[in-house]
Design a protein around this ligand. Sequence first.
Ligand code: ZN
Length: 224
Amino acid sequence: MLVLPGLHASQATHGARAYLVEGPMECVLIDTGQPDGTLGVGHLLGQAGRPPHEVRLILLTHAHAGHAGNAAALRRLTGARLAASEETARLLRDPGSMATLGGLPWRRRVAWPPEPIRIDEVLSPGQVLDLAGGVEVLDAPGHAPGSLAFHCYGPNALAVGDAATVSRRHGLLPPPARHCHDPHLARQTAERLAAVDARVVAPGHGWPSVDGRLPARQWSSASG
Ligand SMILES: [Zn+2]
């Protein structure tokens, strides 16, 4: 799904949505969806018409399985480096450090990650990555330890992971307190992210908003 020139959103990932940010020669992927053997992101790349080897960097907003689920498999597919915060890197190195709900119909808790996932590049808030038009790394604590958001200067899009949700009536909101390891910090983060001057807010779940508006019907058949 083309959100704006230079920004595509996945329609076939399970768990969270993945985003592809395009530069002329290279692409950056943000999040990877729940483990599915790379099918969802493969579909995203196919729709964008970009071959896997053009993905140079895979950015993870946080360590939850719905976001980092295909990280290791996509590194193998694309040859890209995996990048995340120090805390996310620590959690992904440690098998079973987080529990996640398994797929329907059983909805049982399973250990995540099943085996260590090595992060190639540790990111720090304030850093600007010189790829795909420039990507600024923003601290986004509250939902999960080590959460980051990414301001992609090319399409002027803010990818927030689960640090915020986008509401048709109220704009950018903090996630529900029951989904936060620190709800107070999550509220502060959402306020700070709402002040970023971005055309697109690209959440991990739900629909990206463009110029403050959520899309209407043309995207309504897609699944996240
Ligand atoms: Zn999460």
